[in-house]
Design a protein around this ligand. Sequence first.
Ligand code: NAD
Length: 431
Amino acid sequence: MDIAGFFILGRIVKMEKETFNPFMVVQEQLDECAKIVKLDENIHSILRRPMMEIHVSLPVKMDDGSMKIFQGFRVQYNNALGPTKGGIRFHPDETIDTVRALAAWMTWKCALLNLPLGGGKGGIICNPKTMSPGELERLSRVYIDRIWKYIGPEEDIPAPDVYTTPQIMAWMMDEYSKIAQKNQFGVVTGKPLILGGSPGRDDATARGGLYALKEASDELGLDLSRSTVAIQGYGNAGYHAASLARSMFGCKIIAVSDSRSAVYNKEGLVPEGVLQHKLKTSSVRGFPGTKEITNEDLLELNADILVPAALENVITARNAKNIKAKILVELANGPTTPEADAILFSKGVHVLPDFLCNAGGVTVSYFEMAQNFAMYYWDREEVNKRLAWKMAEAYHSVLHNSKKYRINMRQAAYVVAVSRVGEAMKLRGWV
Ligand code: NAD
């Protein structure tokens, strides 16, 4: 590389470091959208910050008799369209800015899917991998004891996210119900089926992304039954994406990965076999008949469809030019930096942006709320049918705006979502 190239790359890397804070990325994306739609200045200013933040300290008696104080957050970003909704993460690297960013993305996601909900998110700084079930239960209950005044089926409805499970949702629902002195199943979603969970919530995120992929492949004239797929991350989103892409469309899954390794077989993998192997050995590494590659290699494979389903900021200005996929299915939140977005757009990669692509999860959570309110439960087929309809509608509204304004799919998703939230704020007389 010549000296000039070195400095340009250095600048890009520096810019990306500066934009790594996910909340700054959110604000940058919103500012860009405000220019495109000539957003009212007051609406813009309000939408740049969360409506309300709750910071709590959470004392928990540990199994060894000691007391540990954890830090937790709940951010309610905007409720113009309805009660706020969003998951709770248990993660050692949780920060208030990550929670703010995820709460903003939830606001846009609910608006884009035309759900009568605003956006929120919660988080607790902890390492659940090192905690016993009893410690996790006490932590979950004290979190609800601290925030119960601000949540509820008609105020703010938490859900599972990274490292929070249906069991944790059951404890939180139970604690809230005790305080309310009556069963309040609708206070959280993602509950076990027997406690008011919805059929279809388990694979809803991946399934929703694949319904959007079907619309995109029709638009591009891509035959999914002859398409190859590479998937980064093999948890809830990644595994179900692999399994459903193969069973629903006949796609060939040529590579998958987890935090330890990535594996490749150009003849295709059987997703259920890889899952069994991962459950036995804790990793996809060493799955018979595969070649080991790196997570970075996986992103640049010659696959028709690339599915980031793990982390934020994995497609950056460094590797975007090497992406060969025709369609990017963003099941992870925030996998692509703004600089990479511009490169992908210029290369003609069709991006299904995160808050469109992974909206299946909150959509089925909304169905769960509706079933809890009605005390009447649907079957899986009914849930999937309604989800398919919602995803197709959202995809086409984004595509329409992308063509209308000649902007990329993420900018178009912002245009639809922010315009809806802005209209609600105006009609309510907030500005
Ligand atoms: P998960 O915890 O079930 O799985 C995460 C996977 O990512 C695991 O296989 C893990 O090994 C892998 N991973 C972690 N670090 C990695 C690394 N450095 N390189 C490659 N792989 C790595 O989580 P999930 O629920 O599948 O969520 C994945 C992404 O999807 C997150 O960004 C999450 O916010 C997003 N998402 C999930 C849902 C949902 O309903 N599960 C909904 C919306 C968005």
